[in-house]
Design a protein around this ligand. Structure first.
Ligand SMILES: [Zn+2]
Length: 117
């Protein structure tokens, strides 16, 4: 499996473990995101890094394309915590890999980060 350099925060320069940035030249960490408020909320899945706990809720399971939603319904337990292995930030959608399913990718819109991490 190919390895990619971790993305770095454009503001503070911190290395974002497990984050692959296909979005463009810049990305921000969750702390800089809070200060600058440019990418949704700080609990957005898009600011997850490797090791973060994420869950699927009754609402988020319906997000995204039907094939993505179907895959989540087949493999993921609602409300159960899973661990982020990597996230690939894309322009139109972002793909998430979980430690529990290292050979599968999920649409990030089906997940939210757990609080207090
Ligand atoms: Zn930062």
């Amino acid at each position: 499996m190919a390895t990619f350099p971790n993305a770095k925060c454009e503001y503070c320069g911190i290395e974002l473990k497990g984050v692959i940035n296909d979005y463009g030249n810049t990305w921000v960490c969750r702390d800089c995101k809070i200060e600058n408020d440019i990418h949704r909320t700080n609990l957005s899945i898009l600011h997850a890094v490797a090791g973060d706990k994420v869950i699927v809720t009754d609402e988020t399971v319906e997000n995204g394309y039907s094939c993505d939603s179907q895959q989540v319904k087949e493999l993921i337990d609602i409300g159960y915590e899973y661990t982020v292995k990597s996230i690939n930030i894309g322009r139109s959608s972002s793909r998430l890999v979980l430690e529990e399913f290292p050979n599968k990718t999920f649409n990030a819109v089906n997940f939210i980060r757990c609080e207090n991490q």
